[in-house]
Design a protein around this ligand. Structure first.
Ligand code: BDP
Length: 689
């Protein structure tokens, strides 16, 4: 198994009795109309049933009262049991010996078809099947950081899936499989190009290429979006300015958007990274993010599309705390955005670190729809050699309580998820985006287990109330094995993997120990064009202790949170350990809540974290008999690599911090055999060209 089929394997169900029982309810697929999306739904059911049951199931237009099959019913009528569905939701129920998949739209039928197949793939009984599900968020999308030249910014699974030089004439069959995989999760949008965008995507030549992709994705309910290079009116439009209030610039965008919709009538919208990390933006003309976003929204007015404006901004100010930047720039603009605008916020205040507190913007933009941006690709999570299941990271943020409803509101009433899904502030439009981890590698994601992160993102974008465990269990059953012991073992391994990574990488709230390469440990790195691009800026290790004081005695970033949140984190004695050094500069010899000194606790984390990779290897070895040999061998190799690199992380950190802490490595841990210079050299070699 080369992993190409992802979780849509549809291998024959081994248990013949189970197969027969499913087959009795799957004698036909009835679809009354043949719209393209319904056609995809029927085709997928047919493919899935053929594989799972080993028999070909006919697609018919009318069941004529026959029972024993599957009917896709798209209707405006209320569901039989009165449960409400939104436009893309579905209900699966058994009625008079027929499985009826009811929805209001063709897309709902497609999602219902995939959900039904998932039921079979996870070997659940369908005798009394009754599932009602509607997506909680409207725009569920992948963001591809793919470039014109076929490279992917922060991609670790080969090159781009999009073959720009072949498009629009040549259509890689893989585009359809990409769409199927996304549709199976309910993902309904894809931004095909990098946020550090090339203006080329605004040329007619490239719009035709994008239109060809859109044509493949359309029957799967997926709309395409484009990232925008702010200065495009200058670079490709020949204008002298990109000032959003300049009439010529406004006209240029209005015409451009019209041209886009001519090529792609169901175009989803524009994603913008502006005045961030050197990208141009409206501030170059003394205009605000709102001026910029609203200008584009005006251009989009005649069409059913949105403007997604990223809040990932921070200025090169040596005195500033980068943590506070997005909040400071965006909260004053609350209420000023056009109603077609969504502000897309990264889950944490810094930048996709292995563990961050939730961004304080969530809970403080009551009048502006805030979309969530997660990073699926493992830029800071060990690229494609470390096995990190990300659902716990996503959930940790989504389930965090912002306390935006104020004092006395029951706990859990104002979680980040409820901000994002619009239920808290009544946002009219809602969005969740994941920076994709897909690439041209045969198995799509490089690390075979990273497929689970794509899967988990999609499932959570649909329904953020699902648990990380339930999603892992589902994915393992669909992708790797049904053997109960192994399912449990792999699920446990997945659930612990992120904490293990954090333990050897950035325990107790240490953050951003990297320089240019976001892979290798460089906590000592102190030279860069900007202070906030050094590592020492973030951990602030000195002879007194380590950590970033963000309380009132420090940068006071904590003041950006509601008082209830501040109370949890502002006292170093009671601040939960995972966030301790995010908010406090803690003395080396200070006792933390485990009873150890800070230094001892840090060492314990680095050592047990790295040792736990051995545990992962052992667990994985145990499942060998029931997992495909090719996939098993691949992951075995990567785990060996991960162990080596975890030791590298451990040694780099403890040897570096020891220079300040001046403490011995606590027993029972053995002092690293190599020196700090040795580990520094490893990084130099890593960075050599
Ligand atoms: C950072 C990445 C950089 C992205 C940036 C962003 O290192 O490549 O362009 O995020 O999100 O984490 O814009």
């Amino acid at each position: 198994d080369d992993g190409y089929r992802l979780w849509l394997k549809y291998d024959l169900i081994k248990d013949a009795a189970k197969r027969d029982s499913y087959a009795r309810s799957a004698q036909f697929i009835a679809v009354s109309s043949n719209g393209p999306i319904l056609k995809s739904a029927a085709e997928e059911l047919q493919t899935g049933l053929q594989g799972l049951l080993g028999k070909s199931v006919p697609v018919i237009t009318n069941s004529n009262g026959k029972t024993g099959g599957i009917t896709l019913s798209v209707t405006d009528a209320p569901t039989a049991d009165g449960q409400s569905l939104n436009n893309e939701g579905y209900q699966i129920a058994k009625r008079q010996n027929t499985i009826v998949i009811t929805s209001k739209s063709d897309a709902g039928a497609l999602y219902g078809a995939f959900a039904f197949l998932r039921h079979l793939q996870t070997l659940q009984s369908i005798d009394a099947i009754s599932v009602t599900s509607s997506p909680k968020v409207k725009y569920r999308m992948l963001n591809h950081w793919d470039n014109v030249n076929g490279t992917i910014e922060r991609g670790y699974a080969g090159g781009s899936l999009w073959k720009w030089y072949e498009l629009p004439e040549t259509i890689d069959p893989r585009y359809k499989d990409y769409a199927r995989a996304n549709a199976s999760l309910g993902i309904n949008g894809t931004v095909v190009n990098n946020v550090n965008a090339s203006a080329r995507f605004m040329t007619n030549e490239y719009l035709q290429k994008v239109a060809a992709l859109a044509k493949v994705f359309r029957p799967y309910g997926i709309r395409v979006y484009l990232s925008v290079y702010w200065a495009a009116p200058k670079t490709v439009g020949g204008l002298k300015t990109a000032d959003p209030l300049d009439p010529e610039v406004r006209k240029w965008w209005t015409d451009k958007v019209k041209e886009i919709y001519q090529a792609i009538p169901d175009f989803g919208g524009l994603l913008v990274k502006a005045n961030s990390e050197g990208e141009p933006g409206p501030q170059d003309y003394n205009r605000t993010h709102a001026d910029g976003a609203n200008m584009l929204a005006e251009a989009m007015k005649p069409y059913d599309g949105v403007v997604i404006w990223r809040a990932f901004v921070y200025k090169a100010d040596p005195k500033a705390d980068r943590f506070k930047a997005a909040y400071e720039e965006f909260t004053p603009l609350d209420g000023q955005f056009n109603k077609k605008v969504i502000v897309q916020v990264k889950n944490g205040p810094i930048d996709f670190q292995p563990r961050e507190p939730f961004s304080p913007l969530f809970g403080n933009m009551l009048q502006t729809p805030l979309g969530m941006e997660f990073q699926i690709t493992q830029e800071y999570l060990g690229f494609a050699t470390h096995w990190v299941y990300e659902a716990p990271l996503f959930k940790e943020c989504l389930d965090s309580d912002t306390y935006v409803k104020g004092k006395g509101s029951p706990s859990g009433a104002a979680t980040v998820a409820k901000v994002v899904d619009g239920s808290l502030h009544g946002y009219p439009i809602t969005a969740m985006a994941g920076v994709a981890n897909t690439g041209s590698d045969r198995n799509w994601t490089g690390h075979p287990m990273a497929q689970a992160n794509w899967y988990a993102f999609g499932r959570l974008a649909w329904d953020h109330t699902l648990s990380a465990e339930a999603i892992a269990n589902e994915w393992v059953n669909m992708t790797l094995t049904h053997e109960p012991q192994a399912v449990k073992r792999i699920t446990d391994l997945m659930l612990r993997s992120r904490d293990i990574y954090v333990d050897y990488n950035t325990p107790l709230g240490l953050s951003r120990p990297w320089a240019g390469v976001h892979f290798a440990p460089e906590p000592w790195q102190s030279k860069s064009p900007r202070p906030d691009w050094t590592a020492v800026y973030y951990h602030r290790a000195d002879s007194a202790g380590v950590g970033f004081d963000r309380t009132a005695t420090g940068s006071n970033a904590l003041a950006q949170y509601r008082p209830e949140v501040q109370r949890q984190w502002s006292n170093a004695e009671t601040c939960p350990l995972p966030y301790l050094l995010w908010f406090h500069h803690v003395p080396w010899t200070k006792k933390v809540s485990t009873g150890r000194t800070l230094w001892d606790e840090l060492c314990t984390r680095f050592y047990t974290g790295a040792d736990s990779v051995t545990w992962m290897q052992q667990q994985w070895a145990q499942v060998k008999p029931v997992v495909d040999p090719e996939i098993h061998a691949d992951v075995t190799g990567r785990l060996a690599n991960q162990h080596k690199e975890a030791l590298w992380w451990r040694d780099a950190w403890v040897l570096y911090l020891q220079e300040y802490a001046k403490q011995p490595i606590p027993a029972p841990f053995k002092k690293p055999e190599r020196t700090l210079d040795d580990v520094k050299k490893l990084v130099e070699i890593y960075q050599m060209r």
